[in-house]
Design a protein around this ligand. Sequence first.
Ligand code: NAD
Length: 275
Amino acid sequence: MLLNQRIAIVTGGSNGMGEAIVKKFASEGAIVVIADIHVDRAIQVANEINATGGTCKVFGKVDITDKNQVQYTVQETVKSFGRIDILINCAGGVLSGNGTSDNITMDDWNKVLDLNLNGTMNMILEVLPFMKAEGYGKIVNFTSMGAFNPYSTVLHYHAAKGAIESVTANLAFELAPQGIYVNSVAPGPIRTTFWDKLMPPGEERDRFMENLAEKEVPLGRMGTAEDIAGVALFLSSSLSDFVTGEKINVGGGMGNIISHNSTYLSSKENSIINK
Ligand SMILES: NC(=O)c1ccc[n+]([C@@H]2O[C@H](COP(=O)([O-])OP(=O)(O)OC[C@H]3O[C@@H](n4cnc5c(N)ncnc54)[C@H](O)[C@@H]3O)[C@@H](O)[C@H]2O)c1
């Protein structure tokens, strides 16, 4: 197994990509701690894993923007399991509505940066002393392909994700001599509850996603949470022991193969956010 007895904390692990990562890691032998604001759902996921022979733990609600809650889960993890080998910073998201310069407020800006950027940093700063003490660690941050290839304007969200790429590069540089790896995953369009804030589930959204997959994604489909879990596993295991400071786009060929300049998503009539 690729993560035998590795100790991993996964933020956002009760839903979407985080949940898929938690399950994949547990099936590869890791002891997984879920740090999520939706604690009931986190406990449900942990129970499912523990019932099938894996090991998954929830030490309480964790809002990654709350330093005390983050500190508590990190300390309980070390008390219970002795160390932290892997940190997956998957929790993140957008606000409902639109993030263009016409609509954005500084209040929205601060909220979105707080969740995505400060929350990620909170986790990193709490976990790092324990990784440094062991001389080993794998950190995987979650950003977005949209930060560098925007197909819609979501200024605060993309700014936060772009900043996380800078944090990733800088930390990788700083921490390489200490055996700590820092990489990022930049998802393309992945079918999860993330989209609920942008467009309610239903026929219109299904049609939108079908068109998006057909017209924008070279591989011709929306991504799944499991597509992401495989890449997170690669970056968290010894398979990636000569990889640090990298961003892996997981977007079915988007971003690398085609530009968005005159494509489906960038046209005003099809954009779900910039209408
Ligand atoms: N789905 C996509 O198409 C897409 C595209 C690009 C980037 N991303 C990024 O990928 C990551 C995972 O997204 P997803 O699609 O799985 O989203 P999701 O909405 O399905 O899941 C997000 C998880 O984060 C948790 N969470 C939210 N706020 C939190 C907080 N303050 N503290 C702790 N947990 C919190 C939620 O409870 C949920 O379990 C996010 O960082 C997101 O920004 C998603």
